[in-house]
Design a protein around this ligand. Structure first.
Ligand SMILES: C[S@@+](CC[C@H](N)C(=O)[O-])C[C@H]1O[C@@H](n2cnc3c(N)ncnc32)[C@H](O)[C@@H]1O
Length: 229
């Protein structure tokens, strides 16, 4: 296949969509239910997002119950700093911050999703969550105690309709680069670092990590890995 020039790739990218945050008392009640530990369905929770983002939820954002359990495995106390590697519209960080003590930071390369996550966080007073508009390579992983992965790089291997959108360049070489960088950063992490994965990656973690918990959750399993060596 003929390679496309960087200019041609740039031309194929779409502009970021305009996202309007829905506003209603009913949504505040849903978020309050979550805060006080009542069961909230994904359909009810996802209504805080604009329709385009809601439509992506089943495939791309962590379900509420999975986010709550993953957050409780990651954050041991209020001082734990957790990085959500590829935070999308902020669903994991938001649910985590509303239900678990701990500081949740999302890093996301799509600026419009970061803007949306920040607006929603402010709207609902989720003070324990914040978002960085950056590539994972630009973040200092050493300032975090724990990491969450909902298979963030696999979209690089997907075809058109399965993607979140076409506002950023996606290709298999980025998948390889991001996986390699992740392995490197996790190898450098300090002993005691906690990692939770949902939907893989199946290759396991680098040497020195021990699988401490493996439980069916949502449509897959949650794996908790702890760095012991
Ligand atoms: C499957 S979504 C998960 C979203 C979020 N963690 C959740 O569960 O609600 C993965 C996100 O990772 C982001 N991502 C992928 N590669 C990235 C990179 N190299 N740097 C920053 N963000 C990245 C994508 O843009 C996408 O929004």
């Amino acid at each position: 296949m003929k390679e496309r020039s960087p200019e041609a790739v740039a031309e194929a990218l779409e502009p970021a969509p305009r996202l309007v945050v829905p506003d209603s008392r009913r949504l505040e009640a849903v978020v309050d239910d979550l805060r006080i530990g009542r069961k909230v369905t994904d359909a009810a929770f996802d209504a805080i997002y604009p329709q385009q983002i809601r439509d992506l939820s089943a495939r791309h954002w962590t379900p509420v119950a999975v986010a709550m359990r993953a957050a409780s495995l990651l954050a041991q106390d209020a001082d734990t700093r957790v990085l959500d590697v590829g935070s999308g519209a902020g669903k994991f960080c938001l649910v985590a911050a509303l239900t678990t003590p701990g500081r949740f930071v999302g890093v996301e390369r799509r600026g419009h999703l970061v803007d949306l996550a920040r607006s929603i966080g402010e709207r609902y007073g989720a003070d324990g969550a914040e978002y960085l508009h950056a590539d994972i390579a630009e973040v200092d992983w050493g300032t975090f105690d724990a990491f969450y992965f909902y298979n963030p790089f696999v979209e690089n291997l997907f075809g058109g309709r399965e993607r979140i959108d076409s506002t950023v360049a996606l290709d298999p070489s980025r998948y390889e680069r991001d996986m390699a960088l992740t392995r490197e950063r996790l190898m450098e992490a300090r002993i005691g670092t906690r990692v939770v994965t949902y939907h893989g990656p199946r290759a396991g973690l680098p040497w020195g990590y021990e699988l401490c918990d493996f439980e069916p959750c949502g449509s897959d399993v949650l794996e908790l890995w702890v760095k012991v060596k």
